[in-house]
Design a protein around this ligand. Structure first.
Ligand code: PNS
Length: 162
């Protein structure tokens, strides 16, 4: 594959409109963007890996240069195996920065040829997080506009199965 391949790694438990906003921005910057879902989450995920793949595939259908993949183990090993040049991460607020900087510098130490690029989502998405979406939904609040419709449906089936 020619051009710059970027990896956008994350838990995506679940995918939010903030993530989607970043995917849209990333796919305009890079030749190819691989959204990579971490499968060996230390935290117990609400959605299985397969369900997270499904929601990402549906929400990015029609985005020509975006593909969805899963990975285990170290991100730098996965990115090297994919021949990626860039790791893309989103920074919403200053509070994200410390953790993101630490990860980026550690990843650089492990694999100097990989560059981490931070993108900011639209301000209107800057307060959305997967954790809050789950919390709101579990307590009966509306997540309309916070997640794509496919995720809303999957949350309904998962949290309040009929
Ligand atoms: O969406 P998240 O949970 O903030 O994503 C975190 C993620 C998946 C990017 C991070 O936990 C990760 O890269 N994990 C893979 C293991 C790894 O490489 N750890 C060392 C990071 S310096």
């Amino acid at each position: 594959m020619s051009g710059i391949l970027a990896i956008y790694p994350g838990s995506f438990d679940p995918l939010t409109n903030g993530h989607l906003d970043l995917i849209e921005r990333g796919r305009q910057l890079f030749d190819h963007l691989v959204v990579a879902i971490l499968t060996n989450l230390e935290k117990d995920p609400l959605f299985t890996t397969e369900e997270r793949v499904t929601m990402l595939r549906e929400a990015t259908a029609g985005m020509g240069n975006v593909s969805i993949d899963t990975f285990t183990g170290l991100l730098v090993d996965y990115a090297t195996q994919k021949k990626a040049r860039v790791i893309m991460r989103g920074v919403r607020a200053f509070s994200d920065y410390e953790y993101e900087l630490q990860m980026a510098l550690m990843n650089r130490k492990l694999q100097p040829h990989l560059e981490t690029v931070f993108l900011m989502p639209a301000e209107s998405y800057s307060y959305i997080s997967s954790r809050l979406v789950k919390e709101i939904f579990r307590h009966g609040g509306s997540v309309k506009g916070l997640v794509p419709p496919v995720v809303e449906e999957m949350l309904q089936q998962k949290v309040f199965p009929s």
